[in-house]
Ligand binder design. Structure first.
Ligand code: SF4
Length: 204
């Protein structure tokens, strides 16, 4: 496994941020299990979790205004470092008020942090994208393999809490390789929670 300090990397018009390799899941499709990077990036396994100063120094070298979106994502679950996400999001908005911020999350940040994080997160970013992955609990647990037994319920509660803040766009995503009935069931869940379902292409 190759390691580096790839704190940010470009994908298309967007800039992706990589702050942690921690994650409470072991998704069967996770790119971490078969590559050291994504979309031609340098390795995304971090030598250490970057400090806020290291993150600001990295981002300070970039023209943040040129990106369609700046996305908290990376090789791990960003809400493992919720305080850093909120702090860096605030800093980016200060230095580049027009930046559009999104977080890609597995939606288990409440369980990871032992508290509800919807309010602080939705105040900090413009879009929250939650990986729904499947339309039923059985399938979700098989595909996502979280370390929390109540993950499916908690992920939905987090999504509903984000919608209730009214402060961010809330999207749930699945990948188009799952059967149509799972996509239909996923759409029902997303609509029930007040979120929009995004069906991503497998290689997105
Ligand atoms: S939640 Fe994301 S980082 Fe974690 S195992 Fe699943 S795909 Fe990988």
């Amino acid at each position: 496994m190759k390691k580096a300090m790839t704190i940010s990397y470009e994908v298309g018009d967007n800039l992706y941020l990589n702050f942690t390799n921690k994650c409470p899941c072991a998704c069967t499709f996770c790119i971490r299990s078969h590559a050291d990077g994504a979309y031609g990036s340098d390795p995304l396994w971090l030598e250490h979790e970057p400090s806020e100063d290291e993150i600001k120094a990295d981002l300070g070298k970039r023209d943040l205004s040129k990106y369609g979106e700046i996305v908290f994502c990376g090789y791990g679950e960003p809400t493992e470092r919720i305080d850093t996400v909120v702090s860096i999001a605030g800093w980016i908005k200060e230095v580049c008020p027009e930046a559009k911020l999104r977080i890609n999350t597995n939606g288990l940040g409440d369980l990871v942090n032992g508290r509800s994080i919807a309010e602080e997160l939705c105040t900090a970013v413009d879009t929250v994208s939650v990986s729904l992955n499947a339309g039923t609990e059985d399938e979700y647990m098989k595909v996502t393999r979280p370390r929390f037994s109540n993950a499916f319920t908690a992920m939905q509660q987090f999504t509903a809490d984000c919608v209730a803040t009214g402060k961010a766009d809330v999207v749930m995503s699945v990948v188009d390789v799952i059967p149509q009935e799972q996509i239909d069931a996923s759409r029902e869940i997303a609509e029930k929670l007040g979120a929009v379902l995004r069906v991503r292409k497998f290689d997105d």
